[in-house]
Every structure is written in C-alpha cells, then in structure tokens.
Design a protein around this ligand. Structure first.
Ligand code: TRP
Length: 331
C-alpha cells in the first residue's frame, strides 16, 4: 500500500474552502492508502503565536478533522510536535539543503516581503522541516496544492542528495498526489476568487460556524445590481454564489436560479436564502459533531496519543535506519 503524508498548519478553524480543497479528498484517501495526517504546529511557530492561541488552534483543527470524517482507525492522525523524531531528521536534512536554494524558494521570498521584521532561520528552513515530515514516513505521495509544489520538489532534491551521497536508494522520492479533478477551489463571499481566512472572516464559512452565523454571512455576501439583458455574463461576485451553490445545492436548484438569472428575473435575496439553507444543511452533521467533540477532551487526547504512537513506530524505524546509513551508530 502507498504511504501518503500531509500536514496542515493550525492557524484557525477550517472552512468550506479547506473542506472542498483538501479535506474531502483526505477522507477518501484514508480508505485507499496508508495515510499520515498531522497538524503542523512546529511550522506555525515561525510567526511566534501566543501559546494559548496555538494550543487552542491545534485542538480546534483536530476537532474539525474528526468531525469532517477523518477516522483515527483508518488514518494516523497526529500532532507534529508529538513526534520529535521529525526534528532530528530535520537537522540531518539540513546538511543536504543549500542556503542558496532556500533563499530562492518562492514562499520564502513572499514571507520576507510580508514579515520583513521577522526573517528567522525557521522561515528559511521551513521546506527542510516539511521534507522531514514527509521523509520520516518515507512517503510515496503528498497531497498538496499548487502553492506547496516547490516545497515537495525540494523534499525530493534533499532525499535524492542523501541517496547519492550515501550511495543508497533508501529514501523514496515523494511525488504529488494527483487529485484529478476532485479538488474544487471555492470562492469567498466577498467577491474574491478564493475562500480564505486571511482576507476576512465574513468571506468564509467555517465548519464550526453556528447556522445563524452562516446564514448572516451568506445574506451579506457581495452581489451586483442585477442582470439587465438576457444571458448576461456574470460578475465575479455572482459567479461565486453560483459556484457555492454548485457544491452544496441540488442540481435542480442550481438550474432554477441559472434560468432566473438568464431571464433577468433573479432576486438575489431569494438565491441567498436558498444558498444559506443548503450550506447549513450541508454542514449540519459536521457542526453537530464539532459540538459533541468539544465536550470530549478525553477522547481527543486519546486520539492524539494513539496517533502519535502509530506515527512514532514509523518514525523511529526511519530514523534508526538513516542514522545507520550516516554512520551514527552507537559504540
Ligand atoms: N507547509 C504546509 C502548508 O503551509 C503544511 C505542511 C507542513 C505540509 N508539513 C507538510 C504539507 C508536509 C504536506 C506535507 O500548508
């Protein structure tokens, strides 16, 4: 069976964009591969989050993961920092990564522009830590979005250099998991093309939003002044509402509003009401589960502990073998 590894940084609650962009595929993948899904808390330290906030975010991401349908009996779900073996491999992989290539990495260049007051070494070596996450389980595949493709290429480069220098084929060279057309990029409610919490909270629907909040957000979504001629091209904001409808509503509902739009008879208020209903319906079982899990701290810590134990088995084995290859054997 193939091994799949992926991580998500605990920066807040997960939203519908995360769900359709990745989570839904993870839920399928857990039935088909040996999956390791972890919460990348070490990675989120580059921006120095408050410790209480970090802790809460880790817990919330775990809750969202489980509520959405990740199954700890099928996949190994763990918190990255519960697996300190990763950091030893990170140190070792640092010897196979060159400062020049790290500095040329697109995400690094973007981050130093954005946070010029905090260009720490953790930011520079972020791709090395990510490579360690993947190589610690000697993964075959990594499901990542476009923005992470370069990091994955770097992981392959580090692994290949290691293999070359030690004349081994120890590390597999991990490749991107091919989602085909499974992934749907959801737009925001604010007219933007991507649902993202970095823009503003009102533009995304969190899995943990209570129904009345989801409804408020949808009712406030950006629209335009309406079509003035039949079959008029849609503005981005309206296109977005239709795209959201496409994933949560029945095909008939979508067709109905398409026809209304094309005939210039659409009432955006009605459309939003329907969209809000359908979003609430869609997220209801997840939301219900989130509320239940919030009251089950013991269950959550058991899941995290069991995940860490399973991850450790695989990590300890890798690290032992890597140490031996390098010559770090006990005397
Ligand atoms: N860098 C990824 C992100 O920001 C998170 C991540 C960390 C990751 N380690 C990983 C993703 C390993 C895939 C595999 O989204």
């Amino acid at each position: 069976m193939e091994t799949v590894v992926s991580g998500i940084r605990p920066t807040g609650f997960l939203h519908l964009g995360n769900y359709f962009g990745a989570l839904r595929s993870f839920i399928k993948m857990q039935n088909e591969a040996d999956c390791f899904f972890f919460i990348a808390d070490y990675h989120s330290l580059t921006t120095h989050p408050k410790s209480s906030e970090l802790h809460t975010n880790i817990k919330n991401v775990l809750i969202d993961y489980l509520a959405a349908g990740l199954d700890p009996e099928k996949a190994t779900i763990y918190v990255q920092s519960d697996l300190p073996e990763t950091t030893e491999l990170y140190l070792l992989l640092n010897m196979f990564s060159y400062v020049g290539e790290l500095e040329r990495c697109v995400s690094f260049k973007e981050k130093i522009k954005k946070h010029s007051d905090n260009v720490n070494a953790g930011l520079l070596t972020y791709p090395v830590l990510q490579a360690a996450d993947v190589l610690i389980h000697n993964a075959d595949k990594v499901p990542v979005g476009k923005d992470q493709k370069q990091h994955l290429e770097m992981a392959r480069d580090f692994a290949q250099r290691f293999n070359y220098i030690y004349e081994t084929e120890y590390f597999k060279l991990p490749v991107a998991y091919n989602f085909g057309n499974e992934l749907v990029k959801l737009p925001g409610l604010d007219g933007s093309t991507k649902m993202s919490k970095s823009d503003n909270d009102a533009s995304c629907i969190y899995l943990s939003d209570p129904p009345e909040i989801s409804r408020k957000k949808v009712m406030k979504a950006v629209t335009d002044s309406g079509p003035t001629e039949p079959n008029q091209e849609k503005s981005q904001a309206i296109e977005n509402l239709f795209q959201l409808m496409k994933v949560v509503s029945k095909p008939d509902t979508l067709t109905f509003f398409e026809e209304q739009y094309n005939a210039c008879q659409i009432r955006y208020g009605d459309m939003k009401k329907q969209l809000a209903d359908d979003i609430i319906n869609f997220t209801a079982p997840i939301y219900k589960r989130i509320l239940e899990l919030r009251d089950q701290p013991h269950y959550l810590s058991r899941v995290a502990r069991q995940g860490a134990e399973k991850a450790k088995e695989s990590a300890v084995k890798t690290l032992k073998e890597v140490r031996e290859i390098i010559g770090l054997k006990s005397l």
